[in-house]
Write a protein that binds this ligand. Structure first.
Ligand code: HDD
Length: 724
């Protein structure tokens, strides 16, 4: 099997190189500019030769059938300047493979980032579920997680306003359990029947092929305006939840109501929650837009680098467990995925912790090929009759065939269970297992003839569907309808809005204005605003004012909303954590800066659990007071949007020079505008003044950085931005 070559190779004189490599270098050296590349080629050739000496077969470059290559630089030609020969099987195989290296991207959630980790049970719950995983405290199982945006293509930016996918594959001893959720606990639609319409409307418009990774366009809002059930989700999608600062700092939800079933066969409803140990953080919209330019891979890079540095992100798994009686007494239907259950009504009990501790070795093999199936459940966890969930149980299995090309996609390492699996399924495209014997059907009596008769079903330990029907339906009727309470589209939208802080409400109103301002069809804008009136009259008025339009008539509600008690758990700001853990501080320095001050700041932040990123006008060694210092990033390539807080250590002369540079002024202007803590020395004042930074509790001397922390100072926001 071809194995990528790893290793270090000392330089070797040109005369010692292999003839093939010399040939390659000669033909590839039209000018002096390629010398470095040539050296690199020389080194690569060297690795192989040394490896040969050690007789390490894995170090040889081969084709896919194991034939060693003598030259990986030149195709086979008829003479020095002649055409390429079709007999060149090495060239043909290489290009053939390359031509087919892409698979269809996911129809939704195409852009994603994955990592491996471990889940550990912190509280056994055998009374609730028979799932083996939850029987004992301390029990662990490996997991694979993929986070994603929904609307954009695989190569789109990481920070659009969008829902984030939060899909977890637990490789349990009883088979894979996939909890395929989002970072928002409710959904746009109630019935899977509407999913293709929803997705078509939000994706690039059919005729023009844009916008990419954006909901701010006609077709999305046209659909939304005509689907009042989406209003609760719209409140979330327009809130700061849809622009998380990092993937490590967002909540996750299983969304649907599921079932726990214990060993006695008793069932209870359950909702799953992931609570980030680092707390929740979001971007500010202006920041999200700028991050998209500064680092389109912002979230992917952050996840990868955090794990690589040993700062493993973690989430607590929580469950809300309730019975039929509770469900029947609520003003909403628990089978409706556009509704949540307030944590104040049913507390979230923490039962485990997931820690992501290993990056993928290969993005395509793992993150791209991972296939999540909501239908992957284990004994003790079952579905409910939620019509959205029921449709998903079909869709995911189906889509994997189209993406991965074969019904044997479960054999791809990232998808394969880590417990044994055996059945009578055989053959199919890309079968990579070699089942032995004749037992590919059952029942059979081959064992009576001394042959292996294969596996059998096991009624005691096998998966059994929950038998009771506590979900009150009449199975003798075939109907295309929704249950009555599904018609309440506004109570929980209002609950969410009224649970937010003033600043969060302003963000929602402004997001609605922004999105609808991109909608060219005026009747679509008006319809959406007419629906907002059912959520909150002042919100509707603010949005109408922001769009300079008359307040339209209130849309009739299919069912009169009820008043629900606000829930603090729904607000990010009310739960903000003051911590450096997982946060990054950018420190600006330049020629002449005091190294001791920088070192002290850095040590303080690191001790508090944060990381520091040094920014300077140049990245090489910069002469500073006390030696030379290398920056991690160049000023104009490291804008302050990449950090949670900033600090600066500058001599007055260097600061005066920087005050003439847009990148430096913008650095502070943005940090201020994004309500971040700005720690600074006296020398920096000249830039702060130019950047319009006014004193407040978040603009502090460097010595106060640790005390103030990398929190947002939202009280500053009205000074820097006109919010709706
Ligand atoms: Fe879905 C992917 C989450 C409704 C059909 N979905 C997908 C992923 C996540 C979700 C996180 C990415 C998985 C990965 O990383 O590979 N989807 C949800 C949630 C939903 C939801 C939380 C509602 C509560 N989805 C939903 C419906 C349907 C689909 C109603 C279809 C009827 N979803 C798909 C899909 C995808 C998918 C087309 C695309 C790629 C894939 O499945 O593997 O089948």
């Amino acid at each position: 099997m071809a194995t990528p070559t790893k290793g270090k190779a000392p330089a070797r004189a040109a005369k010692e190189r292999s003839p093939a490599l010399d040939n390659a270098l000669r033909d590839h050296q039209p000018g002096a500019g390629q010398t470095d590349e040539a050296t690199a080629l020389g080194n690569a050739g060297e690795i192989h030769q040394e490896a040969a000496a050690e007789n390490d077969a894995a170090a040889f470059l081969t084709d896919n059938f194991g034939h060693r290559l003598s030259d990986n630089q030149n195709s086979l030609r008829a003479g020095m300047r002649g055409p390429t020969l079709i007999e060149d099987f090495i060239l043909r195989e290489k290009i053939f493979h390359f031509d087919h290296e892409r698979i269809p991207e996911r129809i939704v959630h195409a852009r994603g980032s994955g990592a491996h980790g471990v889940f550990e049970v912190t509280r056994a719950i055998p009374d609730l579920t028979r799932a083996g995983l939850f029987q004992k405290k301390g029990q662990t199982c490996p997991v694979f997680v993929r986070f994603s945006t929904v609307a954009g293509g695989a190569g789109s930016i990481d920070t659009p306003r969008d829902v984030r996918g939060f899909a977890v594959k637990f490789y349990t001893d009883e088979g894979n359990w996939d909890l395929v959720g989002n970072n928002i606990p409710v959904f746009f639609i109630q019935d899977a029947m509407k999913f293709p319409d929803l997705v078509h409307s939000v994706k690039m418009e059919a005729d023009r092929g844009y916008p990419q990774a954006a909901s701010a366009h006609d077709t999305f809002w046209d659909f939304i305006g005509l689907m009042p059930e989406s209003m609760h989700m719209i409140m979330w999608a327009m809130s700061d939840r849809a622009i998380p600062r990092t993937l490590r700092m967002m909540e996750g939800f299983g969304v649907h109501t599921f079932r726990f079933v214990n060993a006695a066969g008793e069932g209870r409803f359950v909702k799953f929650h992931w609570k980030p140990v680092l707390g929740m953080e979001s971007l500010i919209w202006d920041e999200a837009v700028k991050v998209a330019g500064a680092d389109p891979d912002f979230h992917r890079r952050d996840l990868f680098e955090s794990i690589a540095a040993g700062h493993f992100p973690a989430w607590d798994l929580g469950v809300q467990v309730f019975d039929e009686e509770f469900a029947a007494s609520q003003p909403y239907d628990v089978l409706d995925a556009t509704k949540l259950i307030p944590e104040e009504d049913v507390p979230v009990e923490i039962v485990g912790r997931m820690t992501l501790n290993r990056n993928v070795d290969n993005f395509f093999a793992e993150t791209e090929q991972v296939a999540f199936l909501p239908s992957n459940v284990i004994p003790g966890i079952d579905f409910s009759n939620d019509p959205l969930l029921q449709g998903r149980l079909f869709s995911y299995l189906d889509t994997q065939k189209s993406r991965l090309g074969t019904t044997n996609f479960h054999q791809i390492p990232v998808n394969a269970p880590k417990c044994p699996f055996h059945n009578m399924q055989r053959d199919g495209l890309m079968q990579t297992l070699v089942p032995t014997g004749r037992a590919n059907y059952e029942p059979n009596s081959l064992d009576e003839a001394g042959e292996d008769s294969g596996p059998r079903a096991c009624p005691e330990t096998g998966f059994t569907s929950f038998r009771e029907n506590g979900e009150r339906h009449d199975p003798t009727e075939k109907v295309r309808v929704r249950a009555d309470l599904f018609a309440d589209h506004y109570s929980q939208a209002a609950l969410f809005f009224h649970s937010q802080t003033e600043s969060e409400q302003a963000h929602i109103a402004s997001a609605l204005v922004f999105e609808l301002s991109k909608v060219a069809l005026e009747h679509v804008r008006a319809r959406v605003v007419s629906r907002l009136r059912n959520i909150d009259e002042t919100l509707a008025q603010r949005v109408a004012d922001g769009l300079a339009m008359d307040l339209p008539e209130k849309a009739p509600a299919a069912r009169q909303p009820v008043k629900m008690k606000p829930s603090d758990a729904l607000s990010i700001q009310k739960q903000a954590k003051k911590t450096f853990a997982g946060r990054k501080v950018g420190i600006l320095f330049a020629e002449g800066s005091d190294k001791a001050t920088i070192d002290k700041l850095k040590a303080g932040v690191e001790e508090a659990g944060g990381t520091v990123f040094l920014v300077a006008p140049k990245v090489g060694g910069i002469p500073v007071k006390g030696g030379t210092l290398k920056a991690d990033g160049k000023l104009d390539g490291s804008p302050s949007v990449l950090f949670d807080a900033v600090a600066s250590v500058l001599m007055p002369e260097a600061a005066a020079k920087l005050a003439m540079q847009g990148a430096a002024v913008q650095w502070f202007m943005d940090a201020y505008g994004h309500c971040k803590t700005i720690a600074h020395c006296n020398g920096t004042r000249i830039i702060l003044e130019k950047a319009g930074v006014e004193p407040d509790e978040g603009v502090v001397p460097n010595e106060k950085l640790l005390e103030v922390g990398p929190v947002r100072h939202f009280a500053r926001e009205p000074k820097v931005r006109d919010l709706a």
